[in-house]
Write a protein that binds this ligand. Structure first.
Ligand code: ADP
Ligand code: MG
Length: 324
């Protein structure tokens, strides 16, 4: 099978929304009147972001999910994406489930595949997504203000639990591992929540490198700091709350570390004025996405964790960085 047969077979789709899809030198997209294009790229490299043994259908899902998560964090509605693929060889037993997993998530979000590039090389998947957002309404990292409250969607740290099992540093009961693994391999981009938070959230980010680091980006961009309740934060680790896995085997401090610097969660962390608390909860309900209020924004720079007695915790949390 040659390059063009491969593209035709696995990555060519009729487009309905895009003015022109794949097959020409460029795709053509039209953002609605008064809308801005939101554009983001994320790359997955074998051995770096995923193991060679991962289910190709899950990998197809994840490759698009991490990109949709960036649109979600901006409050943008997905429109289209391009797929740049480096493949060591043409392996249809891999391509078929990969494209199935990828396109199933694309269809679920009405996000059309409109082009890409295909080349031989070490397995690398690079996707660029295009979304639209009303002019001026995008959720940015820079809008958090002192007095705002801080929220996180869903759960945090469970993908990291699964990673540690794969690394052999942790063992989990089978059902807890299965849930954690699903979180790692098939993350849920919070696309509906991001859009529902337009006009409510003052700042947002998707948590891909750990809450401490990613919330830190928001605080820095906004020129503010934050205090977080450690007691509330630990409840975000879903696995540790399961009866099958008694929390006794896993200290509060360890749980907190997974929540604060786990990574690969693809949840939204966002800030909103205290006066809009009801609006936040309504948006969460409308998006069928649970959110937890974990702290508030302060003028003093930095991220501080407090225990239930109001004592400042000394523990620091690292953020993932590919080059450190
Ligand atoms: P060019 O020579 O302009 O780079 P290509 O020959 O690489 O174009 O690609 C031919 C067409 O197939 C283009 O419209 C391109 O967008 C599309 N295409 C290539 N690879 C992919 C892919 N992995 N997924 C979707 N479309 C693709
Ligand atoms: Mg090309």
């Amino acid at each position: 099978m040659g390059e063009f047969d491969l593209i035709a077979r696995y990555f060519s789709r009729p487009t309905a929304r895009a003015a022109l899809g794949g097959g020409d030198d460029c795709a053509l997209l039209e953002a609605g009147p008064g809308m801005q294009l939101a554009v983001s790229t994320d790359m997955l490299v074998e051995g770096r972001h995923f193991l060679s043994t991962v289910d190709p259908a899950a990998l197809g899902h994840k490759a698009l999910a991490v990109n949709l998560s960036d649109l979600a964090a901006c409050g943008a509605a997905p429109m289209a994406f391009t797929l740049a693929l480096a493949l060591p060889r043409v392996d249809e037993a891999w391509l078929a489930p990969f494209s199935r997993g990828l396109l199933a998530l694309a269809d679920a979000h009405g996000c059309e595949l409109v082009g890409g590039d295909t080349t031989r090389g070490p397995l690398t998947i690079s996707i660029t997504v295009f979304g639209e957002v009303p002019r001026g309404a995008a959720l940015l990292r820079s809008g958090a203000r002192s007095g705002d409250e801080i929220y996180v969607s869903g759960t945090l740290g469970d993908a990291r639990l699964a990673l540690e099992v794969f690394r052999g540093t942790l063992s989990l009961p089978a059902e807890i591992f299965a849930q954690a693994r699903a979180r790692m391999e098939r993350p849920t981009p919070r696309v509906a929540l991001g859009q529902a938070l337009r006009g409510i959230a003052t700042a947002a980010i998707d948590v891909s490198d750990g809450l401490a680091g990613d919330l830190g980006h928001v605080l820095k961009a906004s020129g503010v700091g934050a205090r977080i309740s450690a007691q509330t934060a630990v409840t975000l680790l879903a696995g540790a709350a399961q009866p099958a896995w008694q929390a006794g085997s896993f200290s509060q401090q360890q749980r907190l570390a997974y929540v604060m610097s786990g990574g690969d969660d693809y949840e939204l962390a966002f800030t909103a004025p205290a006066s809009l608390r009801d609006a936040v909860l309504k948006a969460a309900q409308q998006a069928h996405t649970p959110v937890t209020r974990i702290g508030c924004v302060e003028t003093e720079p930095g991220l501080r964790l407090f225990d239930s007695a109001g004592q400042l915790l000394a523990q620091g949390f690292a953020s993932f960085d590919h080059f450190s």
